[in-house]
Design a binder for this molecule. Structure first.
Ligand SMILES: Nc1nc2c(ncn2[C@@H]2O[C@H](COP(=O)(O)OP(=O)(O)OP(=O)(O)O)[C@@H](O)[C@H]2O)c(=O)[nH]1
Ligand SMILES: [Mg+2]
Length: 325
């Protein structure tokens, strides 16, 4: 396959080319990886920018329902919306976090939407790179908004936040004690907290929960990338499609401010640095995963255990032999 041609087709917004390109970057084969790297280089010049929105929330909080409603609202405004996922535990269902396409039935059929399930790979580092490149591909293909979903299980939020312009945290209405359940680190990443299910009997609880989180957000250290009043907590109902337009307004206000103040570009530059370092780290680690390296590791481990060499010397030997260029 001619990579330059594929790149042109992606830039022309051809959906099938986009799907093929994503399949290519998801492949673990060495020759595919080389082609993928070349493809990403071709697209580097494309100066289109989508708004990259990360979305995290515990299972059942309503992520899929939110993406369906919010996505349809945006496509209804003529915007093109792509949905991707980072699912470190995708092995569990042999498929994806977005396997429940039934909850996104309408969006799935929308011509202006593109939904790509998470690659079925359990290694978070690999999933991260693929999703990051997929985000870039969707952006190059002319999508206006790229939603990146993750279920809240520790590390994956960080991964998603590091590839997003905005990070949304979806929460459920709950008693005050549950507020402690959200880790401080996750709260600190959030640009917008959305308390979902603010409808029917749950509405009063949702509003109380929202006020609690708004209070908690005010106690966090002020971040330079926020105008006054941000990060914010809002109530929404993904099911009843309430509060979604307001949430979108807030996202736009925040994004515009960050663009005007230079924070938007600065954050992307920081993210590029982060992913460069991460690529180096992953590549180094993978050199220690070859059969020879594993065997050497096992041998040296034994030597260390028997007291025939020191851990430091054995490690030095290991690195000298297996990381050399
Ligand atoms: N009342 C109410 N229920 C909702 C709302 N949003 C989602 N739900 C319900 O909550 C349940 C879980 O919704 P999902 O959208 O599947 O949640 P999820 O976060 O994608 O869940 P996982 O994919 O398992 O992580 C479903 O029964 C939804 O109908 C809402 O705004 N209000
Ligand atoms: Mg879901």
């Amino acid at each position: 396959m001619e990579i330059a041609t594929l790149a042109e087709q992606v830039l022309a917004g051809e959906r099938r080319a986009l799907a093929r390109a994503i399949t290519l970057i998801e492949s673990g084969r060495a020759d595919h990886r080389a082609q993928a790297t070349e493809l990403m280089e071709h697209l580097q010049k494309a100066d289109r920018q989508a708004l990259r929105i990360g979305l995290s929330g515990t299972p059942g909080v309503g992520k899929s329902t939110f993406i369906e409603s919010f996505g349809l609202m945006l496509t209804g405004q003529g915007k093109k919306v792509a949905v991707l996922a980072v699912d470190p535990s995708s092995a569990r269902s042999g498929g994806s976090i977005l396997g429940d396409k039934t909850r996104m039935e309408q969006l799935t059929r929308d011509r202006n939407a593109f939904i790509r399930p998470s690659p079925s790979q359990s290694h978070l580092g690999g999933v991260a790179r693929r999703t990051r490149e997929a985000v870039r591909l969707c952006e190059a293909a002319g999508f206006d908004v790229v939603l990146i979903e993750t279920v809240g299980v520790g590390q994956s939020e960080t991964v998603v936040a590091e590839m997003s312009d905005l990070f949304l945290l979806l929460l459920a209405p709950a008693g005050g004690d549950e507020l402690q359940g959200v880790k401080r680190g996750i709260m600190e990443m959030a640009d917008l907290i959305l308390v979902n299910k603010a409808d029917g009997d749950l509405k009063p609880t949702a509003m109380r929960t929202c006020a609690d989180y708004a209070g908690a957000l005010r106690l966090l250290r002020k971040r330079p990338q926020d105008p006054p009043g941000f990060p914010k907590a809002l109530t929404v109902s993904a099911l009843e499609e309430e509060g979604l337009a307001q949430a979108w307004d807030e996202m736009q206000v925040l994004t515009q401010w960050r663009r005007d103040e230079g924070h938007f570009d600065a954050r992307r530059a920081d993210q590029a640095r982060y992913w460069f370092a991460e690529e180096v780290r992953q590549a180094l680690l993978s050199r220690l995963q070859t059969p020879e390296a594993r065997a050497a590791m096992a041998d040296l481990s034994e030597e260390v255990a028997q007291g025939r060499t020191t851990p430091a010397r054995a490690a030095q030997d290991m690195l000298d032999r297996h990381l050399g260029g």
